[in-house]
Design a protein around this ligand. Sequence first.
Ligand code: ATR
Length: 277
Amino acid sequence: MTNTRIPLAGVIGHPIAHSKSPRLHGHWLKTYGIAGHYIPMDVAPQDLETVLRTLPKAGFVGVNVTVPHKEAVMAIADQITDRATLIGAANTLIFREDGKIHADNTDGYGFMENLHSGAPDWDPKSGPALVLGAGGAARAVISALLEAGVPEIFLSNRTRLRAEKLRDDFGKRVQVIDWVQAGNVVEDADLVVNTTSLGMVGNSELRVPMDGLKPSAVVTDLVYAPLKTKLLLTAEEAGCTTVDGLGMLLHQAVPGFERWFGERPTVDSATRAAALR
Ligand code: ATR
C-alpha cells in the first residue's frame, strides 16, 4: 500500500478561537485543490512540547505558533533559522521526516511584503523610520527594516528599558526615543510603524502626536482590527500613503503554506476577503 497521507497543519495558541489563520489556509487549500487540512489548536503552555512531539506522528507536516508560545518553541525546536534566532521567537514550524522540528520566523518577511505591496514607491534607503513599540512584533519589524537597508530607526516604547534592550541587540542604527518625545521625531520619519496594541478594538488609542507627518511618509499599523485605525486615518488626512496590518498576517503565512502543502499561495483581494469572513 502506498503512503497517501493527507497533510495536516494548523495553528497552536492559547487561546486560539479568534485566529484568522484557519480561514486563510482553508481558503488557499480550496483555491489550489489541495487535499489537506489546517486546524486551530488550543494548547496550554505546559502541554506544548508533548503536543509538538506528538503531532508529526498523527500526520502533521508543521504548524504556526502564536501567542503565548512563540518564544517557548525556541527551546523545543531542533533547528532554528538565523532570522528566528535574531528575533528570539518563531511562528512557523516544519516537522521534518527525520523527526526534527525546524523553526522559522516569517513575521518580518510578512511585514516587508505587505509594505512593498501597499506602498510600492517606498524606498527603504530613503530615510529614517519611526517604530512605536518594543515587543515581539517590533523585533520582527526592526530586523526586517535593518535588513532592507533603512539607514536609521527611531524606536519609542512606553517602557524605555525594553527599547534599550532592542537597541543593544540590533545595534547603533536604532536610536531610542522617550515615549513622551516620540511626536518630536515624526517630522523626520519617512516611515512610521505602530507595533503596539494601541488602537485595537477594546484598547486605548495611540496618543503619540502625529502633527509633524510629512505627506511623503508611509504609515503602517500592525493593528488590523479595525482595518483603518485612527493612526491610519490621521495619516490619510495628512496625505500619506497608508498600509493596513491585515496584509502582514496574510503574507507571513505564505512560506509555511508553501513548505507544508507544496504550493506558493498568492495574496490577493480574495485572500483578504477570506481572512475577514
Ligand atoms: P507583540 O508580540 O504584539 O509585540 P507584546 O510583546 O506584548 O506584543 O508588546 C506589546 C507592545 O505594545 C509593547 O511595546 C507595549 O509597551 P510596553 O513594552 O511598555 O508594555 C505596547 N503597549 C501595550 N499597551 C500599551 C499602552 N497602554 N501604552 C503604551 N504602549 C502599550
